[in-house]
Write a protein that binds this ligand. Structure first.
Ligand SMILES: [Zn+2]
Ligand SMILES: [Zn+2]
Length: 225
């Protein structure tokens, strides 16, 4: 479970990064945006990644984060800092820099994942970052997402999400014993095993996220990794 304490730690880390990365005059602006997103784990990941890596070594405060796309708990976000716009992808646990907005999206896997055929078609559809809605606005209406892995209604949970219901016993998939029975193994540890289990699960028919499914948190170290 993502504790409030963990959020606090990330916020402190970003504050420190801002102190080193942004000039004194711009620091209030940078901190104000951080404050605005203090309860948004995905935005915090992006801010931390931005201030750690500082694209082109430009020392500019982030002034805006926009929501571009969301699929299977993965977000495509735009970020404005000074006169420049950037694109990031992010989940609750990880964020990655994809490049400057004006260059579009060079990563073919990411393009395909979000349903774009090419970087050019992406830019034709969305010539500027300014047209997108603030991430804080779309985040507020995100109630229809899995509270743990952030997938939408009708999407598969991320394997290991404690909210996913087991299609064999209808219990909590991350805690029940069905995986051992189905795999006929006493332990499931390797990535290969997990992949094989995921295939079995898909053959059986995974139970997608529905509104009202809530988290039942496993104890630390329990369940699928
Ligand atoms: Zn989930
Ligand atoms: Zn089960």
């Amino acid at each position: 479970m993502k504790e409030t304490g963990e959020l606090q730690t990330i916020i402190e880390e970003i504050k420190l990064l801002i102190k080193y990365a942004v000039s004194k005059e711009d620091r209030d602006k940078a901190n104000a945006l951080l404050e605005h997103y203090r309860a948004n784990r995905v935005a915090l990941r992006v801010l931390k990644e931005f201030y750690s890596s500082l694209p082109e070594a430009r020392e500019e405060p982030v002034s805006r984060i926009v929501h571009m796309e969301r699929r299977q708990g993965i977000f495509l976000l735009g970020l404005s800092a000074g006169a420049h716009d950037y694109i990031f992808f992010a989940t609750e646990d990880h964020a990655g820099f994809l490049g400057e907005y004006q260059d579009g999206i060079g990563d073919e896997e990411i393009l395909g994942f979000f349903g774009y055929t090419s970087s050019e078609s992406f830019l034709q559809l969305h010539p500027t970052l300014a047209e997108f809605t603030d991430f804080s606005e779309t985040w507020k209406i995100n109630k229809a997402l899995c509270p743990v892995c952030l997938v939408a209604i009708g999407e598969h949970h991320h394997l290991g999400c404690p909210v996913e219901v087991c299609p064999w016993c209808l219990g909590q998939l991350s805690r029940c014993n069905c995986r051992f029975e189905q795999m006929q193994k006493e332990e499931i540890t390797s990535d290969e095993d997990l992949e094989q289990f995921e295939t079995l699960l898909e053959q059986k028919g995974r139970i997608c996220f529905e509104e009202g499914q809530g988290p039942v948190f496993p104890a630390a170290g329990d369940g699928l990794k």
